[in-house]
Design a protein around this ligand. Sequence first.
Ligand code: FAD
Length: 383
Amino acid sequence: MGQHDGRVPDTFDVVVAGGGLVGASVAYELVLRGARTLLVDRHDAARATDAGAGILSAETLAVEDDVWSALAFSSAEHYRALVPRLAERGAGDPGYAECGSLSIAFREWDDDHFAATAQLIARRAAGVVEEISERDARAMFPLLGPVRRVLFNPMAARVDGRAMTRVVLHAARDLGLYRRPGSVRAIEAAGGRVVAVATDRERIPCAAAVVAGGAWSPELGAPLGVELPVAPLRGQIVHLATDAPGTGEWPILQPVLSYYVVPWPEGRLVVGGTMEPDVGFDASTTVDGLLGLLSEAVQLVPGISGAALREVRVGLRPASVDDAPILGPLPGVDGAFVATGHGANGLLLGPYTGKLVAEAVLGVAVPELEPFGVDRFAPPISG
Ligand SMILES: Cc1cc2nc3c(=O)[nH]c(=O)nc-3n(C[C@H](O)[C@H](O)[C@H](O)COP(=O)(O)OP(=O)(O)OC[C@H]3O[C@@H](n4cnc5c(N)ncnc54)[C@H](O)[C@@H]3O)c2cc1C
């Protein structure tokens, strides 16, 4: 195992289709376990990983389902172990920081929702997340405007999706990952099992393939007769430049009924993200989108009204019909697997679900994946 000599093998154990954080994580975990792996990525401009805000906060996720929530907690735990491991490999800085978060009610009509959120969080993270005063909140985030109620989650972290993917791929390359730019056209099966992957350039024999194409994943399931109920959920997100000092130490703001603000070093504040389910693969920046983001954010943080608009990013989240990720084997075709549908939480979930799916590809029984299989969408058998 280890960095290869540059010669490209004729066949692979596994081909991973899609190189956002999810596909990169699957590939990394595969090479870590010694599988001869090729990653093929088209790097669509609107891929979600490149736009993601990077909030990692399992404690404050508005998810009722306990199994889903447990996956989020395991994912956060996994980050805490993975980031130092990647650093030991000298793979670069993923922009990870355990910065904490503030869940906020700042308008009268937020109160009921805040109470419900506080109840859910208390069930999930009793003794960890606590209500704090407005004064304490402002001591942590000096530009914060008037607020009514605030919960502080010291466990929340942030990560730069682009940098994290780069770091994971750097480590994977050192472990022997092969990569090709390109578009996977189809996963080919014969006799009920995967035999090759066809790209726009070549046919690559392989024993297994993983669909990790984000919002574009359904086009790879269809030829295998598997419907992947995933659709693009557009998110616009604005990067602002302020001259406020110490922003790298500030917590994330998560108003219960409005847009979040993620602080980064050197005065950068990121406001996001719109949730636009009805625009298909259109990755435009829109007047409505920016107006909504900025008018809400300026109420929460009046101090940003003079900030410079640095950049707008747009990404298409891979949203599944039930909002939970779709993970594990594709039914009916031995060697075909999927890792998609991570929706608004793929930066949190991606590295951990990548590990679980890689284990499944290599034949390990992974009970944690069972609730997230694509077979949960199969119509009930009648009669
Ligand atoms: C505005 C915004 C804010 C977000 N904030 C957060 C957050 O705070 N916390 C969080 O956890 N998550 C967040 N997310 C969600 C997170 O970014 C996504 O869930 C995650 O990045 C999905 O990763 P992915 O690898 O599945 O998909 P993507 O990042 O979309 O990557 C898919 C890749 O597959 C490639 N591909 C597709 N089809 C093919 C093919 N046939 N052949 C080859 N390559 C192919 C694409 O080109 C692309 O490179 C946010 C997303 C957005 C848009």
